[in-house]
Design a protein around this ligand. Structure first.
Ligand code: HEC
Length: 98
């Protein structure tokens, strides 16, 4: 009986750890993506002056990464400035910072 309770408790704490891990990576991606957005994207996209307001676009992560990597129209490519992971973070920020 004791063993059973210990097992249940360890399963619960494991689930708790997994849930917290998810939250941490969410916060982390949001923070890293936000830094990149503020330093590289905001100047053009903030007011929707030079580029469209990114918070109202309807794009998937993959398409955002593609635009950032290759540029589009008057928007420059960021391939040499950002790693794949950084592009992913900034896409995550755009899609989740609502
Ligand atoms: C020099 C100004 C400039 C900078 C800096 C810039 N953009 Fe852009 N961006 C634009 C312009 C202009 C467009 C519209 C291009 C077109 O459609 O002709 C655009 C379009 C986009 C689009 C496509 C929107 C859509 O609806 O298709 C995304 C996504 C995007 N930018 C993300 C970013 C991100 C992320 C960054 C920072 C890493 C960034 N941009 C930095 C000017 C800029």
């Amino acid at each position: 009986m004791h063993k059973f309770i210990i097992k249940i408790l360890s399963i619960i704490s494991l689930l708790f750890l997994i849930a917290c891990g998810d939250k941490n990576s969410h916060d982390q991606k949001l923070a890293l993506g936000g830094e990149i957005y503020n330093s590289l994207c905001k100047s053009c996209h903030q007011a929707g002056e030079k580029g469209p307001n990114l918070y109202s676009i309807k794009l998937e992560t993959e398409s955002i990464i593609n635009v950032v990597a290759n540029g589009v129209g008057n928007m420059p490519s960021f391939k040499t400035l950002l790693t794949e992971e950084e592009m992913e973070n900034v896409a995550y920020f755009i899609l989740n910072n609502k």
